[in-house]
Design a protein around this ligand. Structure first.
Ligand code: SAM
Length: 287
């Protein structure tokens, strides 16, 4: 979809792009093609798209994949999409907040791919929600603003290393693919974006049950970034068990969470006994 087409459709519908919904429409055909190629689609694929907008990606997804489910929150865009894609038999358009759909209508996404230019305000919540269970999509090809990209790719010691990094990297190998400059979107966002490909790990690093404990350890450890991790974890685990686990892992007692690697968090999770963690009704693995 070209820039002039986007402007025309918005003008005809009297639609002002809503900042609160992260509406930045992709109008660079070259970038659309690169995203579709990174998704490596064929007719057996089922694809989830969150925020189809004016269908920049949706058209190519429906042409290549066996089935596409696209969830759009904006009433005006949804009405336009229904009209525009009326003949697309393998496309299901869903009107609603993707976060609510994901939370309240659990679907086994194991065989699915997520291909989306995600709305900025809900990017982290959507990624956390989707990766909270082992039924997460096998591949995610996502355009994201650079700030989130840095968090997903961060390594120990990096400023952006934290809860999002670890909860996503537990399930996925994260690869940066290419950058998209802000000029490729209308209206232009303040920062550039990049496309990442997240490949679900073939062998889960932890069982479902332990993944919940891992999330608890990680969240607690980063709850006060500058504090010593051992002290923070004492809120949840007895000191002597923590000391034993730290000794076996060779972790200094003074270490802060920002210096602890994914592998070390995984090992620590295996060493600490499972507590009676109260799951949140909304998002059992991430609270
Ligand atoms: N896919 C289109 C493109 O690439 O041009 C639009 C991408 S735009 C960055 C994000 C889209 O997500 C918008 O269409 C916006 O209305 C929609 N959106 C925002 N929040 C949403 C939510 N919670 N659930 C579903 N869609 C949402």
């Amino acid at each position: 979809m070209t820039l002039s087409e986007i402007k025309r459709i918005l003008a005809e519908g009297g639609i002002q792009p809503a900042k609160s919904l992260g509406q930045h429409f992709l109008h660079d055909a070259n970038q659309v093609r690169r995203i579709l190629e990174a998704a490596e689609l064929d007719s057996k694929d089922r694809v989830l798209e969150i925020g189809p907008g004016l269908g920049a990606l949706t058209e190519g997804l429906a042409a290549r994949a066996g089935r596409v489910l696209a969830i759009e929150k904006d009433d005006r865009l949804f009405a336009w999409l229904e009209d525009h894609f009326a003949g697309a038999k393998n496309l299901s358009l869903r009107h609603g907040d993707a976060l609510e759909v994901l939370q309240h209508e659990p679907i086994d996404w194991t065989g699915w791919k997520l291909v989306s230019n995600l709305p900025y305000s809900v990017t982290s919540s959507i990624l956390l929600q989707l990766s909270a269970s082992s039924n997460c999509p096998r591949r995610m090809v996502i355009a994201l603003q650079l700030e989130v990209v840095q968090r997903l790719l961060a390594a120990p010691g990096d400023f952006d290393y934290g809860v999002l990094t670890l909860l996503i990297q537990l399930r996925y190998r994260v690869n940066r693919v290419f950058r998209i400059t802000a000029r490729c979107f209308f209206p232009e966002p303040k920062v550039d974006s990049a496309v990442l490909v997240l490949e679900r790990r073939e062998e889960a690093l932890l069982s479902e049950r332990l993944a919940v404990v891992f999330a608890r350890i990680v969240r607690r450890s980063f709850s006060q970034r500058r504090k010593i991790m051992l002290k923070l974890l004492k809120e949840d685990w007895p000191g002597e068990q923590l000391i034993g686990a730290f000794d076996r892992l060779g972790l200094p007692y003074q270490v802060r969470a920002e210096a602890v690697s994914l592998d070390q968090f995984v090992s620590l999770t295996r060493m600490l006994p499972i507590l009676r963690i109260q799951p949140s009704p909304d998002n059992p693995a991430t609270k």
